[in-house]
Design a protein. Structure first.
Length: 278
């Protein structure tokens, strides 16, 4: 029998995963109606359409849609429908924001969840909701995502990139292709109840990433601006509220992952090479 992945939320990471699942039937939801089939993916509107037949068809379930202040949107609409069905594998895409601020210290999957931002608190609550569902659940706590179309080069070229300097600030990040290969490896090696951190090997200050992008482009180093006096939106400033280094040993030890882009330097070099071929 063929495999079918139903992805609630068919965004950047889910699309990267789909490219690795050759021969699978793929169903992806979006919040607006559109083409019924797009690049081989069956698109359905959620909320809006009756999801019963799609849940019946699904052998695997991926939750990529984010929560809100009222909880997880998928469980809010479909808790009972999901509970009465059997799936081979269920994956939930979460965030390393659930760990909160550790002042640059290391965290792993066993670190208690102490989110300090509203987004992190919503994610931690959503994780708990899914963990209470008695499903073959796998949670993926994802660091900052970059990849094709989501790199720093456009801002550096436009002269709008800024190197925001906050003492001791570090972020972990991961290339979208590495997200896809980790999730695909989990599908191939299910371990119900597992939690995985998805990040590269090199937590780094954000200004270093911007500086390296400018170096690769042969452009001047963007202006350094002190965080305390920087003109930033509340959303942008909230990202600097937490500083931590995220360990990724488990994806290597349990899933045999060898990262394609083990640090931001390798990732940015690959993005620039890709741009040159397009």
């Amino acid at each position: 029998m063929g495999k079918t992945l139903l992805s609630f939320g068919y965004g950047y990471s889910a699309q990267a995963l789909a490219s690795l699942l050759g021969g699978w039937r793929m169903i992806g939801t979006s919040r607006t109606a559109g083409k019924r089939v797009q690049n081989g993916i069956e698109r359905v509107q959620f909320p809006g359409e009756d999801m019963g037949q799609h849940l019946d068809a699904a052998t695997h379930l991926l939750i990529s849609a984010g929560p809100d202040q009222e909880g997880d949107p998928v469980l809010r609409e479909l808790r009972d429908e999901i509970a009465k069905r059997d799936f081979e594998w269920v994956g939930y895409l979460s965030t390393t924001g659930v760990y909160g601020d550790h002042q640059g210290g290391w965290v792993n999957e066993d670190t208690p969840l102490t989110p300090s931002t509203r987004r992190g608190q919503w994610r931690a609550a959503a994780e708990a909701e899914w963990q209470g569902m008695n499903l073959p659940l796998h949670i993926f706590r994802i660091a900052g995502i970059y990849g094709p179309g989501r790199g720093p080069f456009s801002k550096v070229r436009a002269g709008t990139a800024r190197r925001i300097i906050k003492d001791g600030q570090v972020f972990s990040r991961i290339h979208v292709e590495d997200i896809a290969q980790v999730v695909a490896a989990s599908i191939a090696q299910p371990n119900a109840g597992a939690v995985y951190n998805l990040c590269d090997n090199d937590p780094a200050p954000p200004q270093d990433v911007i500086g390296y992008a400018a170096e690769l482009l042969g452009m001047p180093l963007p202006e350094a601006i002190d965080y305390n006096t920087a003109d930033m939106t509340p959303m942008a400033r909230s990202f600097y509220a937490e500083s931590k280094r995220v360990k990724n040993d488990r994806i290597k030890d349990e899933l045999g992952i060898v990262l394609k882009y083990p640090d931001y330097r390798a990732g940015l070099q690959a993005l620039l090479t890709l741009e040159a071929t397009e």
